[in-house]
Design a protein. Structure first.
Length: 133
């Protein structure tokens, strides 16, 4: 029986994250996971709420989060990124379901984004797969 997961995608960098979603979906399929639902949120700050809603569902056994938090001219992205990642870790523990972190950054420089898209997407799914079993 296939294990059912969900994927939360930040739409701030929609074209890049759409490509990440394709790689993540491919990795899920290769590992016998079914992507039951994909939820798009405006940005990283909205990921924890969407994730909490998904992990609360009985039919979802794990999830992955995909997105990009670029380096800005202030510390806003770093502070936001740390808060979001902390929330993701806490939700994983509260719900006792694995969450793969496929968020590039915080602090990603534009030239570092492209080479990380596929590896981060696939690694997020691989982490969920490893922890579901």
């Amino acid at each position: 029986m296939s294990r059912r997961i969900a994927i939360v995608c930040g739409s701030f960098h929609k074209s890049e994250v759409q490509r990440m979603l394709e790689w993540a979906s491919n990795e899920a399929s290769k590992n016998g996971l079914t992507v039951e639902e994909v939820v798009w949120v405006p940005g990283a700050m909205e990921v924890p709420l969407a994730l909490d809603r998904l992990l609360s569902r009985d039919d979802i056994e794990g999830a992955a989060c995909l997105g990009i938090i670029e380096k800005g001219q202030t510390q806003h992205g770093l502070a936001m990124g740390q808060a979001v990642i902390k929330s993701i870790v806490e939700l994983q523990i509260i719900h006792e379901k694995p969450v793969g972190l496929g968020i590039i950054g915080p602090g990603a420089e534009p030239e570092h984004i492209e080479p990380r898209l596929e590896p981060h997407a696939r690694a997020a799914i691989a982490a969920v797969c490893a922890m579901i079993e």
